[in-house]
Ligand binder design. Structure first.
Ligand SMILES: [Zn+2]
Length: 339
C-alpha cells in the first residue's frame, strides 16, 4: 500500500475542482507513462489508457474532478461571494482554508467564513443559515473594498479550491475531502502498477478512463474507447443509514438514481467477489448519479455497473479505510485477471 498512500497524498495535493483539472490529469498521464503505458489525453481533458489484454473490452472509469467554488462576485467589503462547482455544501466548508487561482498564474490564500463570524460581536452566529449568501471567502490580502481586491488581481471567475486535509491514520483510516473520486483514480493507478509488477495476465482488454467533468454530470459522456462493450465505474461506495456497506468493504451498486445497473455485469462482479473471498456489500444508492449514467444518457451502447470503497460522510470531510481500498483492488483483479 506504500505506492497507493504516496500517490494519494501527491494527487490530493493537486487542486482539481471540476473545470480546473489540467494539473491533476497531467499527473495521471505522467504516472501511467512512468509505469510503461501509453495514455492519451482527450480533447475534453480526460485521460484514456489501454492496460492491455484482448477481447470483450472493458472500461474502468474514475473521475478526477472534485467539488470546489468559483468567485461570482467581489463584494463591496472586498471579500468574495462563491458559486459552487459540483454539489459543494457551504456548511461543509465553513472555516476551511482555500486557495484562489486567478487566470494569470497568481494564487492567493483565504478562508471560507460566515459573514460577521466573531461570536463576541454577532449574537446570531449559531443560528444563521449556512448558505452562499451568508458566507464569504476572506482573502488573505489587505482589502476593505471591491476596488482594492480587484487591484490585487482577484476577479469574478477565479477558481476557489479547499484544503483536502488528507490524513492516513495508524489504524488505516483515510480521511480527506475529495476521496470522491481521486481515491479511485489512485486505485486504478495501483492496479496498472500491479499488472506490470506482478506479471498478471488480463483475461480481456481493459481500459482505464479518468474523466474530469463527473461532478457536473458529463464526465463519461464522450470520448469512450470505441470498441468497449462494458463500463464499470470505480467511484465511492455509499455508507450510511439506508445502505449496508462499511468503510472496510467494496460496494457493488445494484441501482442508483438513474436505475438498475446491468444485471449480468453486476452479477458477474458479485460472483467474482465471492470466488476471490473479497469482503463486499451490494447496495441500492438512494441519491446517486455516476459517470456510467452519463455515458448511457449520452447514448453509449455499453453494459454498466459501479464499484468502490465505502466512503463515509460523502461530499463532506470523507473517510474510508485501507481495507475498503484493498477489497476494491482485489475485486478489480479478480474480475479481470487470470487466477
Ligand atoms: Zn464521485
Amino acid at each position: 500500500m506504500d505506492y497507493l498512500k504516496t500517490k494519494l497524498h501527491e494527487l490530493m495535493a493537486i487542486d482539481s475542482p471540476t473545470g480546473f483539472t489540467e494539473s491533476a490529469t497531467d499527473f495521471v498521464m505522467k504516472e501511467l507513462e512512468d509505469l510503461g503505458y501509453n495514455p492519451i489525453k482527450t480533447l475534453k481533458g480526460g485521460v484514456q489508457c489501454c492496460l492491455g489484454g484482448e477481447g470483450n473490452p472493458l472500461i474502468f472509469s474514475a473521475h478526477i474532478d472534485t467539488l470546489g467554488g468559483m468567485v461570482c462576485e467581489i463584494k463591496s467589503n472586498g471579500r468574495l461571494k462563491l458559486t459552487k462547482l459540483g454539489g459543494l455544501q457551504p456548511n461543509n466548508i465553513e472555516t476551511e482554508n482555500c486557495r484562489i487561482y486567478n487566470r494569470f498564474g497568481k494564487v492567493f490564500t483565504g478562508c471560507f467564513q460566515m459573514n460577521d463570524p466573531s461570536v463576541h460581536v454577532n449574537n446570531d452566529y449559531g443560528t444563521q443559515a449556512r448558505n452562499f449568501d451568508n458566507m464569504e471567502v476572506v482573502p488573505d490580502i489587505v482589502t476593505s473594498s471591491r476596488k482594492e481586491t480587484e487591484t490585487m488581481g482577484i476577479s469574478v471567475g477565479d477558481i476557489v479550491c479547499f484544503d483536502p486535509r488528507t490524513v492516513i491514520t495508524e489504524s488505516g483510516y483515510i480521511k480527506s475531502r475529495f476521496l470522491d473520486d481521486k481515491l479511485s483514480v489512485v486505485i486504478l493507478l495501483q492496479f496498472a502498477k500491479m499488472l506490470k509488477e506482478e506479471n498478471l495476465k488480463l483475461k480481456r482488454k481493459v481500459y482505464i478512463y479518468v474523466t474530469n467533468y463527473e461532478e457536473v454530470g458529463h464526465g463519461c459522456s464522450s470520448a469512450l474507447p470505441e470498441d468497449a462493450v462494458e463500463i464499470v465505474c470505480v467511484d465511492m461506495g455509499c455508507v450510511g443509514s439506508q445502505v449496508q456497506c462499511t468503510e472496510h468493504q467494496v460496494s457493488i451498486c445494484a441501482k442508483d438514481s438513474s436505475g438498475p445497473s446491468d444485471y449480468g455485469v453486476t452479477t458477474a462482479l458479485i460472483k467474482a467477489a465471492l470466488e476471490a473471498g473479497v469482503d463486499y456489500a451490494v447496495d441500492v444508492y438512494p441519491y446517486y448519479g455516476s459517470d456510467a449514467d452519463a455515458a448511457l444518457h449520452a447514448g453509449a451502447n455499453l453494459r454498466h455497473s459501479l464499484i468502490g470503497s465505502g466512503v463515509y460522510a460523502s461530499h463532506g470531510y470523507e473517510r474510508t479505510h485501507l481495507d475498503g481500498v484493498r477489497n476494491t483492488l482485489s475485486l478489480i483483479k479478480a474480475y479481470t485477471t487470470e487466477k
